[in-house]
Design a protein around this ligand. Sequence first.
Ligand code: 5CA
Ligand code: ZN
Length: 431
Amino acid sequence: MRAWERPEIVSVPGESGAPWLHDTKTNSLVLAQPNDAARLYVCGITPYDATHLGHANTYLAFDTLQRVWLDAGLSVHYAQNITDVDDPLLERATATGVDWRDLAESQIELFRNDMVALNILPPSDFIAVTEVIDEVARAVAKLQGAGLAYTVPTDDAVAGANGQVAADVYFDIAAAEASTDWTLGDESNLDRATMLQLFAERGGDPDRLGKRDVLDPLLWRAARAGEPAWESPVGAGRPGWHIECSVIALMELGTDFTVQGGGSDLIFPHHDMSAGHAEALSAHPLAGVYSHTGMVAYQGEKMSKSLGNLVLVSGLLAQSVDPRAIRLALLARHYRTDWEWTTALLEEAVERLARWSTAFGTTALATRTVLAGHTTVSAASLVQDLRTALRHDLDTPEAISILDAAVETVSVIDEPELLNRAISALLGVAL
Ligand code: 5CA
Ligand code: ZN
């Protein structure tokens, strides 16, 4: 699928290195240092109710990660999926009387526009699940062939075009644990009671009869009346959710890639199961670092489509909010914390943008004259401080405080152009 226009990133003189990033699996900071190019997979949107500020915050965190890698002279291969066939999307399409394909297409276009406005780097591979149905079906067949997946009787399945009725296919967690190095909970480190609760809340079906383990996740959903379905070696149907991300990530990035990312709402079951599927398919770990962003809340609860407490990027843009201020408002909170969106935060960011523009903006630079008797501060040392902050688990609040302090205390910056370039390249804010 076409992604969106890539913003220009200016190069910043001086040296930097790979970032230390929090890894959910080991709960420690890990040097995200690729051997060759950095390979990043981030779970993409289910295209309805896009793009709310929670989505934006998650993609912005991984945008910052890429900017740090690029600043260190590394190249980046970035893949992102689009869950354009899944129950919640189909339910929304039915509820609103819109064809699910039209809903997905219009929301993907909205998402692209929001990403461009926010100056977020596009993925190299932007892959919708409807583009890889055959690959997913082949992966499911491979798991079945290896004894790691099984069918469950499916009374309400309907015949596909060839007249055959398929059955739902499930991943066999116990079989996968016995034959790979992967264990359920490797990534999430949760106890089984918590897993059961989250599985039920986040798209799982613990009550489905006939499963070997209630936590076994769906790999392939047999065709049902009124639902989209494709012919395949595992019968007419459509992909389950977790296998979609395993297959797209393996196709585009290979095994053992540098970072798998997404919001913390995906740690379990989605990322645990995706890692299990990938290891069962490839006999290698999915990724080196499992990175998760905190949840953005609004009106006291996680901003989510199901609750409807959404602030949309497109809504703010329609009110003529400067997208750079949205970016600064999101960057002011550390990506791993859970926090609540308020208009006060946006107002603060609007003011910060104005102060920074006056202090570090290109217009300010052009008219600035060095006055005798003023303290001169080294831009190179400020850039060094910014790099240090960002390399330490993408500490954007610290980067912002460094610049706020510079606005307040510095009379003259020796190389203003250098600082301007660093703010543009590292924080993605052109002043
Ligand atoms: N399509 C799946 C992933 S394969 C999905 O979770 N889609 S989504 O549209 O619900 O979310 C897209 C991304 O935004 C995911 O990485 C998700 O973790 C993240 N996200 C969703 N809500 C929030 C929120 N309130 N705060 C921060 N990130 C969020
Ligand atoms: Zn995903």
